[in-house]
Each structure stands twice: as structure tokens, then as C-alpha cells.
Design a protein. Sequence first.
Length: 236
Amino acid sequence: MTEIDKRARRIQEMFASIAPRYDLLNHLLSFNIDRLWRRRLVGRLQGVRPSSRVLDVCTGTGDLAIQLSRKCAVVGVDFCQPMLVIARDKIRSRRLCDRIAITGGDALRLPFRGGSFDAVTVAFGVRNLENLEQGLQEFARVLRSGGVLAILEFTRPAVPIFRELFQVYFNHWVPAVGRAISGREGPYRYLPDSVNGFPDQERLSTLLERCGFCEVRYDNFSAGIAALHLASRAGR
Ligand SMILES: C[S@@+](CC[C@H](N)C(=O)[O-])C[C@H]1O[C@@H](n2cnc3c(N)ncnc32)[C@H](O)[C@@H]1O
């Protein structure tokens, strides 16, 4: 097993260990703002029609796929089965089985033919990829020319004072509350560490351009706690 495979396995096991508490902690730690951010992503996804095919990568427990399904049919893919079990239960209980298909798969080797989607979305997923560039190239591969990519990810707030206050919350309170509720130390320590080590908005934009995207733009959400990058698949 390569180092990359080992890291992927660790990420998979980490999400498996918190899957039953994932939604609760998400909404609690973000004061429910995560729902608003996903709704905004869906609202900004232009050119998506009822007949469009949308792929939600790193779909996890399916919250974004469920929101997207109001616009069009969605395929959700993730490599963590316990997260997908929860996604499938939620989809069934909302009677959305005819709108959302959930499948297991690795974001770095997506099980789809080239050019098969009109849009690809990823919420809080790219930060976890073992090889970000390979992931972005894979998103470009499965998108048709002109198709849209939307990436929602945590970032580091730019506004002084707010940034310092937020860092105290994110680096200390989030791991403590996460540990108390999930019973796990690692995952909620990993959360701030992975955000702190992730490219900022400008660097991610540059990387997107290098990986086959054009018209790259981003919006900061909630004073820069999160950012939404939108980009179009450049012509082949
Ligand atoms: C923080 S959760 C985000 C879930 C969901 N998108 C949301 O908005 O709540 C990250 C998800 O990415 C998945 N993931 C991480 N790396 C992956 C990879 N290489 N391939 C597929 N899924 C991956 C994890 O299994 C996990 O479900």
C-alpha cells in the first residue's frame, strides 16, 4: 500500500468513526450555518436545468445532494460506506430515491465516463483529498466542456479580530465539543488542522486554472469562514 493509499484509508476510517454523529455535530458546531452555505451553493449553480446531470463528490451523508435534488437529478459519490448508509436512509425517508443515486467511489478515480456531467459539486470534501490536483483533474475529466464546478470549503477569515476570535473557537472549542459528542479525539482535531493546511482562495483559484478550468471566481461566506469557488470546464 502506498503512502497515499494509507492516508486515504485513514480518512475513510475517520469519517466511518464519526458517521453516526456527523450531521448533529455539523449543525451544532456551525450554528446551522452549514445548511445556509449549501443552499447558497445551490442558488449560485447557474445553467443547471431539471434535465441536467449533477455529480456531488464526497457526498457524505448527502445533505448537499438532497438540496441539489430540488433542481435536478443527482448522483452522490463517496468512499466511506457508513456515511453513505446514512445518506441512503435520509434519501429514502424524504422519498427522493428517484432523484438521487448514491454510489461508492474514490474522488481520485471517479467511476464515470469522461464528459458525463453538466455540473460537479463538492462541499467540505476537497480538503480531505490525498492529492488535490489529481482530484481537480478528475472533476475536469467527468465534466462536459462548459460544465460547472462548485467547491464549498472552509477557509481562514481575513478580517483581523474576527479572525483571532474565530481561531480560538475553531482550534480549541470545536475539537473539545467534537470529542465530547463523538467520543473521538482525532477527527475534530483534524478539522482545524486540515483547514489551516489547505490552500487559500487565491491559490485554489490558480490550481483550478492549472487543472483545466476557466472563469474561476469565488465568494467568501460568513466573513471568510467558508468560500465558494465556481469554475467552468475549459473546452477540450
Ligand atoms: C466533511 S465530509 C463532507 C460531506 C458532505 N459533502 C457535507 O457537505 O457534509 C467529507 C467527505 O468526503 C469523503 N471523502 C474524503 N476523501 C474522499 C475520496 N478520496 N473519495 C471519496 N470520498 C472522499 C469522506 O468520506 C466524507 O464523507
